[in-house]
Every structure is written in structure tokens, then in C-alpha cells.
Design a protein around this ligand. Structure first.
Ligand code: FHN
Length: 443
């Protein structure tokens, strides 16, 4: 991906009263030739979603898209659909797993960089309908999500290294196609998005990707954004629709068309409350399934979620289902463990905003109404001392049970929880304040 030398981070300074549901426009003000950003309030409340990278490539256990013409010869890669039977594919089980993990939305790769479509598109033969599986994965999963109360969302790659009209090819966009026709490819892309936007009911988010290559322009991005919002006015569209994303930090360049939110990748975004963001991170290392792929421990998963929420952002945690259609049992078990933690601590994540104390080596904080949740990962000692806030603490308790003390001193707010009552992963101290917490300045 094209990398910019200088990382220009969006400053996290909190202007009092800016914690509302609507996405702020890009740093240089709203692009006038696209509709205003969508309403992100449900999505911001959700805080936690499941990312699913899946396709015939899972039969090879190599990385989706990128291994085409690299670890896997193009011909072999493009022939994998013939063995894609996925006999254990159970969309209801995927949706239920997301719900049990405490996730509120699910983003499925409808088409990744390899061009394979997980719905029976009328615009190509290279789709799941022609495989031994033969089922409409998008359609069935959208219905299953609705049945389980999980918002269904669609990932879609703008680039397509297999499509003859897309100018660049595998491996990794490093080859050129002499007979390509980008206008014809854009018509194909827009045609497929129209299928997705008109066949499967409301989509929560359109999660675009693969916008970084030269053939795709900002004008293409704005046109696609207009198409999506005209078909589904409430669909949320990420900042990978145009050319505004700067780098893997996922923030948007000043003045660029920004879509509705920023997308840090494989890292937790920095504290930012003026513009929504969501970190996408793999539960293992690869996006698509790989045998024995090292998996993140529970503590890391929980702390990553909490640090995203403490930075006023979302976490989209990724799994790659196996070729038989099952989500690997150890990954499913990890997700349920996260769900178990959220059953006790969910009030300190869902429906909260980040701050008033920005994430630090000690942990992070979140807030809602008159409550502030201090998430302590590592106690610096007997006390944790935080900068003072312009509110009195009326009561301090430990979520899940346990006593806590909060003492305002000239040196700051002192928090104390006896070692025996602390939690290994995250001790969540709930502070009840003498008024709303949303106007407290983050620091
Ligand atoms: O190349 C893709 C990658 O396979 C994966 O889909 C991630 C998810 O955000 N995005 C791209 C890399 O930036």
C-alpha cells in the first residue's frame, strides 16, 4: 500500500460538548458534492463488531488476495472455487457467536482483492453460486444476523486483481493488464454494489478497501459514496471509499474526502473524539484462515477492545473461517470468553464515549451519563493517581464486585483497590459523579 512519510495524527483535544452522535466532517470541512455523513449513533454505541474474511482461498490456508500469484500460482488460486464445498457452513452459528461475544455488528468480505463473490452476482460467473457449496452466503448470513439481532455489514474490495478490466493484477497489484478498461471496471463495481444494496435489506456499513492503487480516484470515490447513500440513505461508509486515508493509522488527510469514519488497521487508534474511528485487528495473524495461526490471548483481546473504547473508537475483531465453513473452535472459544467478560463489564464499553482520561500505560477510561469507568490494567503501586476533574466523585465501586476508594487531592484523584479485589485483565472502577461526565475535558 502507498505509505506517506509523515504521519499527521488528528489531534485528540476535546472541545467541551462535542460528544454527539453525528460524524464531524473531514478536517477541512464537508465535501459539498456528497451527502452529509450518515448518522453513526447506533454504530458508536455498538463499539464492537466481528470481521469475517472468507473464500475459496481458505482451502489453501494462505492470505486472501495477496497470496494470489505469490505463494499460490494464479491458475491454482483461481481454480479453488471448484473444491469450495464448505459443508459445515452455518450462518446462524456465526451470527449467534458474534452476539455471544458481545458484538453488535458483523462485516463479511462479500468480495476481496481476488475478485471472488460470496453472493450469486449476475455480473460474473466467478461467484459462490457456481461452487459445490452453491449457496448465497451473503443472503443467508444477512438473514441470520437479522434473526440474532446483529447488524449485517458488507466489506467490498474496490480493487480486483483478477478482473480483466481492472488495470493492475497479481501479485499485489504489481502487474499491468494491457487490455484493461477502468471505466468498464467501474461500471462493473457499481453494478455489483447496486446488487448488494438492493437484494439483502438494510446494510449497516459498507466497508470499502483496496482504494490505494493509482487507477482509483477521489472522483470515483465520491461517485461511489453518492451511489451507496442514494440506494440506502442510512448506510455508513468508511474512509476507504475515496483517497483520503493516509496510512495504516487510518486517519484522513486534511481536505480529502473522508467518508464517515477513520479505519486504523492492526493497531489501536489514538484518542480522537471529533471524528469517529474503528480499528480492525486480527484475532490471529492472518486475515483469512491459516492452520495453527498464533491467536491473541484473552487479556490482549479485552484490553484492545477497552483501549479502543477509551480512545472513543470501535474495535472490529477479525476471524477467518475454515474451508469447511466452521469458525475454528479455539477462535470461537476465545470470542465467547470475551463475551463472558462483557456480561459483567459491558456497561463500561457499550454505549460509552472515551475519556475523560486518555489511554495510558495504566489503562483507559470510558464514560456515560454521570458515570466514569476507570479500566486499570496495571496498577503503578498501591494507588493510581489521575489528573483532577471538575466533578466530585460520590461513589466508587469495582464492576463485578469489590470495594474501591476515590480521594480528590491537590495532586490529583487517587484511586485505591485492595490487591485481593483487583482483576488480572482489567479492574473496572465505576465512579458515580455529581453530574454528567460528557463535558469533562479529556487529558
Ligand atoms: O489487503 C487487505 C487485507 O487483506 C485486509 O482485508 C485488510 C482489512 O482491513 N485490509 C487490506 C490491507 O490494508
Amino acid at each position: 500500500m502507498r505509505r506517506r512519510s509523515l504521519l499527521r495524527l488528528v489531534p485528540g483535544a476535546l472541545a467541551a460538548g462535542s460528544l454527539d452522535g453525528r460524524a464531524a466532517a473531514g478536517p477541512a470541512g464537508p465535501a459539498t458534492d456528497v451527502p452529509p455523513p450518515a448518522d453513526l449513533s447506533w454504530w458508536r454505541e455498538a463499539r464492537f463488531g466481528l470481521f469475517v474474511h472468507w473464500g475459496p482461498v481458505s482451502l489453501r490456508g494462505t492470505e486472501i488476495g495477496w497470496s494470489r500469484g505469490a505463494q499460490v500460482p494464479v491458475e491454482e488460486y483461481d481454480g479453488l472455487w471448484r473444491q469450495f464445498a464448505a459443508k459445515e457452513f452455518d450462518p446462524r452459528a456465526w451470527a449467534r457467536l458474534a452476539r455471544d461475544a458481545g458484538m453488535r455488528y458483523l462485516v463479511l468480505t462479500t468480495k476481496h482483492h481476488d475478485g471472488f463473490c460470496l453472493w450469486p452476482s449476475r455480473l460474473t460467473d466467478y461467484h459462490v453460486g457456481n461452487t459445490p457449496l452453491g449457496r448465497d452466503v451473503v443472503g443467508e448470513l444477512a438473514a441470520a444476523c437479522r434473526a440474532e439481532g446483529v447488524v449485517f455489514c458488507a466489506y467490498h474490495s474496490i480493487l480486483d486483481w483478477r478482473h480483466p478490466d481492472y488495470p493492475l493484477g497479481s501479485p499485489g497489484g504489481k502487474t499491468k493488464k494491457a487490455a484493461a478498461d477502468m471505466d468498464r471496471y467501474v461500471a462493473y463495481l457499481e453494478g455489483q454494489l447496486t446488487e448488494l444494496l438492493t437484494r439483502y435489506g438494510p446494510l449497516g456499513v459498507l466497508w470499502f478497501d483496496g482504494e490505494w492503487e493509482e487507477p482509483w480516484t477521489e472522483e470515483h470515490g465520491k461517485r461511489l459514496y453518492r451511489l451507496c447513500r442514494s440506494r440506502q440513505p442510512s448506510v455508513i461508509v468508511n474512509n476507504r471509499v475515496g483517497k483520503g486515508r493516509q496510512d495504516m493509522a487510518g486517519t484522513t488527510a486534511a481536505g480529502a474526502f473522508a467518508g464517515d469514519y477513520d479505519t486504523p488497521e492492526q493497531r489501536v487508534g489514538r484518542y480522537q473524539d471529533a471524528r469517529p474511528w474503528e480499528s480492525c485487528i486480527t484475532i490471529c495473524e492472518q486475515w483469512a484462515w491459516k492452520p495453527d495461526d498464533p491467536m491473541k490471548p484473552l487479556a490482549e483481546c479485552v484490553r484492545t477492545l477497552v483501549t479502543c473504547a477509551g480512545g472513543d473508537g470501535n474495535l472490529l475483531l477479525n476471524v477467518g473461517p475454515m474451508p469447511d465453513g466452521e469458525i475454528e473452535p479455539r477462535q470461537a472459544a476465545r470470542l465467547r470468553e470475551i463475551g463472558g467478560w462483557l456480561r459483567t463489564h459491558g456497561e463500561s464499553v457499550h454505549g460509552t464515549r472515551g475519556g475523560p482520561w486518555k489511554p495510558g500505560p495504566w489503562g483507559a477510561s470510558t464514560r456515560r451519563g454521570e458515570a466514569v469507568y476507570v479500566h486499570v490494567f496495571d496498577w503503578p503501586g498501591e494507588l493510581l493517581v489521575l489528573p483532577s476533574i471538575e466533578r466530585r466523585v460520590l461513589e466508587a465501586t469495582v464492576l463485578g464486585g469489590g470495594r474501591a476508594e476515590a480521594r480528590a487531592t491537590p495532586g490529583g484523584l487517587e484511586l485505591r483497590v485492595a490487591p485481593g479485589e483487583r482483576r488480572a485483565i482489567d479492574t473496572v472502577v465505576r465512579l458515580r459523579l455529581d453530574g454528567p461526565a460528557d463535558r469533562l475535558v479529556a487529558r
